[in-house]
Write a protein that binds this ligand. Structure first.
Ligand SMILES: Cc1cc2nc3c(=O)[nH]c(=O)nc-3n(C[C@H](O)[C@H](O)[C@H](O)COP(=O)(O)O)c2cc1C
Length: 178
């Protein structure tokens, strides 16, 4: 797929076919997502792939608001994106490099997540990033290692819908020149 088409036609997909995502397919997507840029090439983003239906059902029942539970209950795969703490935004001596402090780690996770979603779209998969859930509690349930933190969830599967693009702001709003 041409890059511009990939960017323009990627949509948040919330309904999926009852078809598993092959491990080889996901591994290819992750290998592509690994090429996302990152702070000093720290590459802090990690991905936990959850396909066990019983675990997905527990996540839906105990952790997600109804809207997101409805998405995940119909998805064959859920990615829990985590990040390695205390690296991105830091100097090697442990001091923070800029006044933005730890904010860069969230910035890097966003770039990695979008790169993941574009690579998934190119592979014929639909995705939706989800940020509304209790990060600390779900992180504990998933046994996210001590040196990592849960960032976002990404439901993944073969699309069963082709949503229209929500309206975008025009260039005059987005761009200013000096
Ligand atoms: C950080 C982030 C958090 C989001 N959280 C949710 C969510 O919790 N539930 C959901 O259905 N969509 C969520 N979305 C998807 C957005 O609603 C969606 O990207 C936006 O409406 C634009 O639609 P599009 O992705 O199809 O272009 C999230 C997107 C981002 C980037």
């Amino acid at each position: 797929m041409e890059l511009k088409d990939c960017i323009l036609t990627r949509r948040s997909v919330r309904k999926f076919l009852d078809k598993p995502v092959g491990h080889d397919v996901l591994e290819q997507v992750i290998a592509t997502a690994a090429y996302a840029p990152s702070w000093k090439n720290t590459q802090i983003s990690r991905y936990i792939a959850i396909e066990d239906r019983a675990v997905l059902d527990t996540i839906c029942r105990d952790f997600l608001p109804e809207h997101n539970a409805n998405i995940v209950s119909g998805a064959p795969l859920l990615i829990a994106q985590t990040f390695i703490k205390n690296r991105c935004g830091y100097e090697r001596d442990g001091s923070l490099t800029t006044a933005r402090g730890e904010g860069w780690q969230y910035y890097d996770c966003g770039i990695a997540a979008q790169t993941f979603c574009l690579a998934a779209h190119d592979a014929g998969l639909g995705t939706v990033i989800m940020g509304i859930f209790p990060h600390k509690e779900l992180g504990e349930f998933l046994n996210v290692p001590e040196d990592q933190e849960l960032m976002a969830l990404i439901a993944v599967g073969y699309p069963a819908e082709q949503p229209n693009a929500p309206k975008r702001k025009d260039v005059e709003t987005l761009l200013s020149w000096k």
